[in-house]
Design a protein around this ligand. Structure first.
Ligand code: C2E
Ligand code: MG
Ligand code: MG
Length: 706
């Protein structure tokens, strides 16, 4: 040990990093405990003995010793000299960082070197790993074509790849490389969630940061992006230092998601919520109402006569009308109310905060009026009205299903009461609906239980009072309710899909009956059979085979006339008009029932070569001399005759009516005055008795029309 060496302080001993004193030739004079450990020894003495006596290299690269020496001699000190060395005793390779200086005496001669040695192996490894991880990251990220960002969290610097800036239309120079610059472009509504997601990742609650938000582009538009990233470096306290990630443009995806949502929840034609959305909204309204104790009104609304407009004017104009109607309904409501289109011409309205007893009459009338104002369609006006069924929450029901059923029953009642009005749900309606449901059940088994029979009502030639035809009218003898009118059960049979079977059965009865009457009494006799419009729609062959079935019985087509309603002529479905024409082609005659109550035009009567029209009872009922009805009947008859169509007047209840009709040239009469509908056996007797009505003087000696 050289003299003059100042004593080593206890600091030297306690230093956590290695410290030494050595001679310029490399010989070690002292080593502190940390350095002894660094070199793999237990005591200073054993280490000094080993490093000084055995000339084992310390530096892995022997040239480092020379470099060290040169540097320290030239500068008197050396800082952060990093080398790979052998842990002396074990020959493990480790990395160290040395800082040293030369200690001189008063004359400037070198006494020794003093320095510290720090094992930086672990830190270097970490750094190497981090570097390679970052390289891999960036490579992978850029390969996706997304924009890449690299954020130095504590300095606020954020490097954006050119492709990242390009997403938003910025050039590299446009946008400073600062996190705050990007944050400023983020949509204010999305900022909070973005910060929350970042924080969650910083705190290690999420393995990856993912957030979707909008960014303002250079041109002022917004783009939806998905930002994904991860912290790749933290400081000693674990606070994030650096984060790398990407921006993916998801604007298109968001747009199509929005579109899908829109399509799933809104009616494309009117833009109103659809059935599904209505349900959601109603449930929301109900939850709110439950809390606040307020009352809701649920309105089912159906446009009256919309089908006619749609059928005559075509679907484009029908759609136009629906759009206008939707607009009118919407604007007759408050913003807090909901209106939805349920499909077709059906709308549902939910009114909130409704007074006891329901919405004010004034408002409902306004709504009805709004809908029934004329509609301007392609230069021409159209008219519809609305029927409304109303039910109240919670008074009438507390769940959606029950409320819908109630509103439906109330709507049914409004329509039944004559349309263009509103009806409230009542328990009586409910029991009526239940009765209908029971009737439907009974109707299903009625055919099998032979509860139906057919009555025949004479159709009399007004020129000679002779019975030329009969109308077949079905009757249902219900085991407990007695005789049920077809006005009660035909519509029901239509709605439960039984009309086809029923219609066929009546046709079959009429076919046998007309054969018998033709053979026994009148070779030209004809029976007319009512045919529901639905029978022209079903995808069944049997509805087309009336002609064939008549032929099979040796009967010509004109033994039967089909009574159809005007609506059928307006039906724009090809299938329906084809069937009607096919029926005509098989020789079956066609009679237009209830004429004057619908919408048919001359063009249709001609197109389908209608044989008869039956003037509706409502025109005949009040027939007196010089009445409007008489004028109407006269006009109808003149028009029909001009087209070669013969006319039957329905509902003739008095001799006067019969005479007036005969006087204005009506061909046939049918009604209670001649005869009620009667069983075939009774009809037999009429025919056997010469089938002339005694009360009806023979008005012409010439032949009578058939
Ligand atoms: P509709 O085809 O217009 O038949 C005429 C209706 O007027 C019959 O009622 C008949 O009994 C009634 N009537 C006849 N003369 C008079 C009269 O002088 N005064 C009054 N007030 N009424 C008279 P009904 O038999 O109750 O039939 C009602 C409706 O049910 C029929 O009207 C028809 O649309 C339908 N219907 C009846 N049978 C069938 C059927 O077999 N198939 C189909 N699809 N519908 C049928
Ligand atoms: Mg009829
Ligand atoms: Mg009729």
């Amino acid at each position: 040990m050289p003299r003059n060496a100042p004593p080593l302080s206890s600091l030297f001993e306690l230093l956590p990093m290695g410290a030494y004193r050595s001679l310029p030739d490399g010989r070690q004079l002292r080593a502190n405990a940390a350095l002894v450990r660094l070199n793999g020894y237990q005591t200073e003495a054993s280490m000094l003995a080993a490093v000084n006596d055995i000339s084992l290299e310390w530096y892995v690269d022997p040239g480092r010793r020379e470099t060290f020496k040169n540097l320290i001699e030239r500068h008197g000190q050396i800082t952060d000299f990093v080398s790979e060395i052998y842990r002396h005793k074990t020959r493990e390779r480790i990395w160290v960082r040395e800082t040293a200086h030369v200690v001189r005496d008063a004359n400037g001669s070198v006494l020794f070197y003093e320095g510290v040695v720090e094992d930086i192996t672990a830190a270097r490894e970490q750094q190497a790993n981090a570097l390679s991880a970052e390289a891999v990251w960036k490579l992978a990220l850029e390969a996706t074509g997304d924009g890449v960002w690299d954020w130095h969290i504590q300095t606020g610097e954020e490097l954006l790849s050119p492709s990242c800036k390009a997403i938003y239309g910025y050039s590299d120079a446009d946008l400073p490389d600062l996190a705050s610059a990007l944050d400023e472009l983020t949509h204010p509504d999305d900022l909070q969630a973005m910060h929350q997601d970042r924080q969650a990742h910083f705190e290690g609650r999420t393995p990856i940061y993912v957030n979707e938000h909008r960014v303002r582009c250079k041109d002022g538009t917004w783009k939806w992006i998905m930002s994904r990233g991860a912290v790749i470096a933290r400081d000693a306290q674990g606070l994030p230092l650096r984060m790398i990630g990407t921006h993916t443009d998801i604007t298109e995806r968001k747009r199509s998601q929005a579109l899908i949502w829109q399509q799933a929840n809104f009616d494309p034609l009117t833009g109103l919520p659809n059935r599904r959305m209505l349900r959601d909204r109603l449930e929301q309204h109900m939850r709110h109402a439950r809390r606040t104790g307020e009352r809701l009104a649920i309105l089912f609304m159906d446009l009256d006569h919309f089908k006619e407009v749609n059928d005559t004017r075509g679907h484009d104009q029908g759609d136009d009308l629906l759009k206008q109607a939707a607009q009118r309904i919407r604007s007759s409501l408050r913003d807090s109310d909901t209106v939805a289109r349920m499909g077709g011409d059906e709308f549902t309205v939910v009114l909130s905060d409704v007074p006891p007893g329901g919405p004010p009459d004034r408002m409902l009338q306004d709504m009805l009026q709004a809908v029934s104002r004329p509609y301007q369609l392609l230069g021409d006006q159209a008219f519809v009205s609305a029927s409304i069924g109303i039910t109240l929450f919670p008074d009438d029901g507390t769940d959606v299903e029950a409320l819908f059923k109630n509103a439906d029953q109330a709507l049914y009642a409004a329509k039944g009461a004559g349309r263009n009005r509103y009806s409230y749900f009542t328990p009586a309606l409910q029991s009526a609906a239940q009765a209908r449901a029971r009737l439907a059940t009974d109707l299903r088994s009625a055919m099998q239980q032979q509860q139906f029979h057919v009555l025949y009502q004479p159709i009399v030639c007004l020129k000679g009072g002779v019975i030329r035809k009969a109308e077949a009218l079905i009757r249902w003898q219900h085991p407990t309710r007695g005789l049920v009118s077809p006005t009660e059960f035909i519509a029901l049979a239509e709605s439960i899909g039984l009309i086809d079977e029923l219609g066929d059965w009546v046709f079959e009865q009429a076919r046998m009956q007309v054969k018998s009457w033709r053979e026994r009494f009148e070779p030209e006799f004809q029976i007319s059979v009512n045919k529901s419009p639905l029978q022209f729609q079903v995808a069944r062959a049997s509805c087309d085979d009336w002609g064939a079935r008549l032929a099979a019985a040796g009967l010509p087509g004109n033994a039967i006339a089909a009574e159809i309603t005007e609506g059928l002529l307006l039906d724009t479905h090809d299938q329906v008009s084809e069937r009607l024409l096919a029926l005509r082609d098989s020789g079956v005659q066609v009679s237009l029932d209830d004429f004057g109550t619908g919408y048919s035009s001359l063009a249709y009567l001609q197109k389908f070569e209608i044989d008869f029209i039956k003037i509706d009872q409502s025109f005949v009922r009040h027939l007196i001399p010089d009445s409007t009805d008489l004028a109407l009947c006269r006009a109808i008859i003149a028009m029909a005759h001009a087209l070669g169509i013969r006319v039957v007047a329905e509902g003739v209840e008095s001799e006067e009516q019969a005479r007036l009709l005969a006087d204005i040239g009506c061909d046939f009469g049918q009604g209670y005055w001649f005869s009620r509908p009667i069983p075939a056996a009774e009809f037999d007797q009429l025919l056997a008795a010469g089938h002339r009505f005694a009360a009806w003087p023979d008005q012409s000696s010439s032949g009578s029309p058939t």
